[in-house]
Design a protein around this ligand. Structure first.
Ligand code: ZN
Length: 312
């Protein structure tokens, strides 16, 4: 029997963070400004501890190095993905991420960052920044340098249960009241374009205007290729939400049972609602774990909402 690799999340306090990761997910959060729960993470800025028997005290990055067979001997010097839950009490800055090629040259060999969000909860009238309205690179530069934010930023309405894919080069920002599950490349490179002229400890936070201008795609991609509505998905079957060059993400809304065969090099699962069992082991809201290579048959039962991912 292969182990279920349960993980101990790492929490990040942020100027825009809140307390819902404690009040709604039951985590022991470090403060009322907790913005991120890094649930499945092997990043040096937050390397989750593996809780499975025989791996006590080891981090996910250590287990990736020492037990490659658990990950199907997948190529690569780093665990490739990072799964977070984000609680935005306030608006996040307007930002953009580089791709692998740009990050490799300009960020010490880091991965670039492609990411996607599942909207766990948001206000009735919520909208996100997703893309921009500049027609070309010149307009991007002009609008940013001259602070034409009203004109530049493209806002799109979202609903609870929506799914959003953010390619590198896409201007984006999470807004106040959103609770998201993010699946991304294992990278922590963010370029901040604009921070609403806010002060943090009396000073504005650092911006990365030149790098942002370097990497922003113009014109921006179509909204309907980035924003996918998942209302009224059939229950008790897995749905593939995205299949891009780095990851596949799936959702399961269970109210009875589901069985499947875990045939991927590894399979990440985050429980975002409810409780139930996996091959007889109790799982509940807030759990994050990995089903390793060769895990075989998975029997799920209970009332659960799961977001899962695999690396490509
Ligand atoms: Zn981002």
């Amino acid at each position: 029997m292969k182990p279920i690799l349960f993980l101990e999340p790492v929490f990040k306090e942020m100027v825009w963070g809140g307390s819902r990761l404690g009040s709604e997910f039951g985590y022991n959060i470090p403060g009322d400004d907790t913005g991120e729960c890094w649930g499945i993470s092997a990043h040096p800025n937050g390397d989750a501890k593996v809780l499975a028997e025989g791996f006590e005290g080891k981090t996910l990055s250590q287990v990736w190095q020492e037990n490659p067979e658990l990950f199907g001997n997948m190529e690569g010097d780093r665990f490739p993905l990072l799964v977070k839950i984000i609680d935005a009490k306030a608006d996040l800055s307007i930002q953009v991420h580089p791709d692998d090629a740009y990050a490799k040259v300009n960020e010490n060999g880091s991965f670039g960052k492609m990411e996607c969000w599942y909207v766990i909860d948001c206000p009735e009238d919520a909208r996100l920044v997703l893309g921009h309205n500049a027609k070309n690179q010149e307009e991007v530069k002009d609008m940013i340098k001259n602070g034409k934010w009203q004109e530049f930023l493209r806002y799109v309405p979202i609903r609870k249960g929506d799914f959003i894919q953010i390619n590198p080069g896409t201007v984006h920002a999470i807004t106040s009241g959103c609770l998201l599950l993010e699946t991304q490349q294992n990278s922590d490179i963010t370029y901040r374009v604009y921070d609403y002229d806010r002060l943090s400890n009396g000073k504005p936070r650092e911006l990365h205007v030149e790098r942002s201008i370097d990497v922003i795609t113009a014109p921006a991609g179509d909204v309907d290729k980035m924003l996918i509505s998942l209302q009224d998905l059939e229950k008790n079957v897995w749905h593939e939400l995205i299949n891009c060059q780095y990851y596949k993400v799936f959702k399961l809304d269970l109210d009875r049972e589901n069985s499947f065969d875990q045939h991927y090099p590894f399979f990440n699962i985050s429980v975002i609602e409810g409780e139930g069992t996996l091959n007889g082991t109790k799982i509940k809201k807030g759990d994050h774990f990995i089903l390793p290579a060769g895990f075989g048959k998975v029997d799920l039962a209970g009332k659960l909402q799961l977001i899962a991912s695999v690396a490509r």
